[in-house]
Design a protein around this ligand. Structure first.
Ligand code: NAD
Length: 339
């Protein structure tokens, strides 16, 4: 039987990516919705044939504990609400998928991980690329040492933000930060899986060319990583540039993805030639991988510890910027696979 997923927050990602993907998944399906906007209820119920008994508001959400049709709660709210709803979901006895960035701070990540452990439920972060074939090929090349030691990695993830300067992504109280919290986690992830190691230190710089628009959050950040003295890494993230790529250079060859982290199809090549994989919805692959993890014990490709690890790095980057670009040492497990 397919596991039931309830989406919490019916904004653009739920509407245009997750709900359509849940029509294609083999191991889970859309079973419930949680929304603070009453006008969305009947639209979603009709479109996806959801009975009123599986529809919740933020206030009635905890009653989901009694809803046997829902196995997984997927938190798709502004970042400041991730911890609260992930913890309430765990306390209701539901498995949890929490969107990226996992939370506002490492302390919040710890609280989510603790709540899921206490409740005996599984937890993953919405890192769809961990289930994506081009990304998995980069991970395989690195794991099997095909390019030799990767000496240099570079990752950029950015788009140009326009429109309402008060949108939640540009409001620090709701987002926790700007480009770094939004696209920056992709740059961090790309650098790490492009060399297969966690960084031991980071230095970072911040730039702004539109301070009137980016009043409250970071516009552009660059950072340099030391990966255990054996790989140098560079990342850029911005709300004021269009770039989306990763590059790795090893003793025996190189690889590149461009685009590297949009919804796909991704594209890329290595020193051996072009890469080519069939395209499927990344969100479909991601949610099926998590459902299989619950049903069969297959690996959790994006566990909470991975989201926490990335938040440790985010906090170190912001700290380096505050301290004038100082090198900040990181105390993380060596290999990223075990997190
Ligand atoms: P959105 O603005 O389109 O939707 C946010 C939803 O939260 C809306 O339904 C809104 O009504 C609700 N909400 C509740 N309280 C709110 C408040 N105080 N302010 C604003 N909205 C409030 O955002 P989105 O793009 O759907 O992003 C939601 C989450 O998903 C974020 O954490 C984001 O980082 C993540 N996301 C991930 C990906 C991915 O590729 N993994 C892509 C897009 C978004």
């Amino acid at each position: 039987d397919k596991l039931g997923v309830a989406l919490v927050g019916l904004g653009s990602y739920s509407t245009y990516q997750l709900a359509p993907a849940l029509q294609q998944t083999a191991f889970c399906h859309l079973a419930g919705i949680v929304t603070g906007t009453p006008s969305k209820r009947s639209k979603w119920q009709q479109k996806y044939n959801i009975d009123s008994s599986h529809v919740y508001s933020y206030e009635t959400f905890d009653q989901i504990a009694e809803d046997d049709a829902v196995d997984i709660v997927y938190v798709v709210l502004p970042n400041s609400m991730h911890a609260e709803f992930s913890i309430r979901a765990a306390e209701a006895g539901k498995h949890v998928i929490c969107e990226k960035p996992m939370a506002m701070s490492v302390a919040e990540c710890d609280a989510i991980i603790g709540a899921c452990k206490s409740a005996g439920v599984k937890l993953s972060v919405g890192y769809r690329l961990q289930s994506e074939p081009y990304t998995q090929e980069i991970q395989r090349l690195v794991r099997e040492n095909v390019m030799g030691n990767i000496n240099f990695v570079s990752a950029d993830a950015a788009y140009i933000s326009r429109g309402n300067p008060d949108q939640w992504r540009l409001n620090k109280a709701l987002s926790g930060g700007g480009a770094l919290m939004n696209m920056g986690v992709y740059s961090i992830q790309s650098c790490i899986y492009s060399c297969g190691k966690n960084p031991t230190a980071v230095s970072a710089q911040e730039f702004s060319t539109r301070p009137g628009y980016f009043r409250d959050t970071d516009e552009t950040i660059t950072a340099q990583f030391d990966f255990q003295g054996t790989t140098m890494g560079h990342m850029m993230t911005s709300h004021n540039a269009n770039v989306n790529r990763l590059y790795g250079s090893g003793d025996k060859g190189w690889f590149e993805l461009n685009p590297a982290n949009n919804y796909g199809p991704l594209s890329g090549s290595t020193s051996e030639g072009p890469l080519s994989f069939p395209h499927e919805s990344q969100q479909k692959l991601q949610m099926d991988d998590f459902a299989k993890h619950i049903l069969t014990g297959s690996p959790n490709l994006a566990p909470g510890e991975m989201g926490r690890r990335d938040m440790v790095i985010v906090e170190a980057i912001y700290r380096s910027i505050r301290e004038g670009g100082r090198r900040i040492a990181l105390d993380l497990p060596e290999r990223y696979g075990i997190v």
